[in-house]
Ligand binder design. Structure first.
Ligand code: DGI
Ligand code: FE
Ligand code: FE
Length: 187
């Protein structure tokens, strides 16, 4: 589907704040692609679709993953909201007819990250965290600057802050999040 058509559809499927966030991620990802010489079209599509499954109720996410034979990890069973990433990649492919596997992969790993993430994966992960409507996270001014200078340094800082946040609020840490932290801090 064309970007404008997808946008129109998402405006109906997402709540107002989520749609505003989505547009913020789309344009921030595009700006990051410009800064780092990456493919802007891929960044726009992945940014636009990254949270397309976010507004489905959690119990329904589990039902839908089973229906589409999307594997549910132990961490996702405990924190079903995490499934919006995998389910989002599924919808991007099957509902929004995205055939580019790199776009689908960036959507799939946008919440936990993954060791060995490629440039597009990082652009989306970072854009999701720094888009202009975000205002809760610590170090946002620093991370926004880092993001346009060095993607790996921005990844490091976001992963440190995310792990601290999860430890403080007692959130279940998905092993993938911990492995991604290790990957960026030991390479
Ligand atoms: O969907 P968004 O809110 O735009 O952003 P997201 O998909 O990156 O989700 C952000 C939330 O995910 C944030 O509150 C931190 C949380 N998160 C990231 N890694 C993990 C995690 N939550 C749990 N429980 N476990 C994780 O490993
Ligand atoms: Fe998300
Ligand atoms: Fe998001």
């Amino acid at each position: 589907m064309k970007r404008k058509e997808i946008e129109k559809q998402l405006k109906k499927e997402l709540d107002k704040d989520r749609f505003t966030h989505t547009m913020g991620v789309m344009y921030t990802a595009a700006a990051l692609a410009m800064a780092h010489g990456a493919d802007m079209e891929q960044a726009l599509y992945a940014g636009l679709l990254h949270d397309c499954a976010k507004c489905i109720p959690n119990d329904e996410k589990i039902v839908l993953c089973k229906k589409y034979q999307i594997p549910i990890s132990e961490a996702e069973e405990k924190s079903p909201f995490l499934l919006h990433a995998k389910l989002g990649a599924y919808y991007a492919e099957h509902k929004y007819a995205i055939q580019d596997n790199e776009i689908l992969h960036a959507i799939k790993v946008h919440t936990t990250g993954e060791p060995g993430m490629n440039t597009l994966d990082k652009l989306i992960y970072i854009a999701d965290y720094i888009e202009p409507n975000r205002d809760q996270a610590p170090n946002l001014t620093l991370i926004r600057k880092l993001a346009f200078e060095n993607l790996d340094e921005a990844m490091k800082q976001i992963l440190s802050d995310t792990l601290h946040y999860l430890q403080e609020k007692g959130g279940e840490i998905d092993p993938l999040t911990a492995q991604t932290y290790e990957y960026f801090h030991n390479n």
